[in-house]
Design a protein around this ligand. Sequence first.
Ligand SMILES: Cc1ncc(COP(=O)(O)O)c(C=O)c1O
Length: 404
Amino acid sequence: MDGQVRGSAVPAELPNHRVNEHHEKPRIRLFDTLALNRLYAPEVDAVVRGVIERGDFEGGEDVRNLEREFAAYCGARYCAVTTSGTMAMHFAVRALGLGEGDEVLTAANTDIGTCLGIEHAGATVGLVDIDAGTFNMDPAEIEARITPRTRAIAPVHMYGIPADMAPILAIAKKRDLLVIEDAALAHGATYDGKKAGALGDAGIFSFAAGKVLGGIGFGGAIVTEREDVVKRIGALRFYGRDDSPYRADRVPGQMPSTTNHYGFNARLDTIQAAVLRVRLRHLHDEIARRRAVADIYTRRFAGTAVRPPAIPDRMQPVWRNYAVLVPEARRDEFRRGLLEHGVETGVLYVPPIHLQPYWKSKGYREGQFPTSERVADQLICLPSHALVRDEDAHEIADHLLALV
Ligand SMILES: Cc1ncc(COP(=O)(O)O)c(C=O)c1O
């Protein structure tokens, strides 16, 4: 059988992340950045040409405008953009004054970028188990994980679902901890009507292609109410220089050259910022589509053996991924069945952090975060991007339910 399932072009071994490597292109992709980029091509081409013709590759006005527009979108006072979500987490942790000897608690099922960003700042990562309904840090698990070195909690809005911020903020207040939201997957999600990322001391985002707000490459951002934090980040990303390259009165080609602090070169490219501004204008409509698709899945899977997420009313997700839980023993069979109908699925953010070889080598072991492990064994991410139509969502639900 050479690794093939009988009567099928689908390989028996499904790679964790994407399933289409050995298969003809699925009809309904898990992410469809290619088709989305085609859709926005006329607008994107025009703004990219604009940057090339202005030549403001350094200190470009699109960067300054993106920061203003994205801060307004999030309902935050300040935004600073950078090269990735990982770097955004690094800078948020550093700019809040944390480093060596400090611990930041985050969710055991998060992306590696969250944890590496914390470690880049010299701090250490502490993990907290999750709630199986929302896939997010379980507030009831936090206090037992607080150590004398804990200085901050970094809840992650996994799969675009807001973490349960009210109890997390209450614990942080009681224990005098900072809150850094990881909203890398949750641009536009709300909790009690407030945007994810704007609820704590700082919030970080990723703009990598395939995110809810994604560019044509990589990028990230930090939003905050704190002027001191955004100023520190401004210097950190620009060789430790206090003078911003993005001032409106900046003469192109005449950049500041005085280094006041330790720093990095981690500025977002002007072209990327220009593209992200185009995408930001479409974000509202894209999120509406994602929510319509998620509503169909939620209705169709209610009361079946395919368990949809359980989301309290105060959380309005943006469904970067729509993850369902299925019996572990049948997950591959379900994914293969969907792929045979041309539907691409994913098993994303698996295994949990403590079972990744790098963190396992620090002494973590299996069984320490049981809900994260169970969810990792059972979840399937279904297509929920802005090009999934109602009929696609129904078709995917039909196929999956027929397999149960
Ligand atoms: C939850 C979360 N945090 C942080 C990151 C890191 O972002 P980036 O890939 O832009 O470095 C990601 C990326 O997928 C993520 O999913």
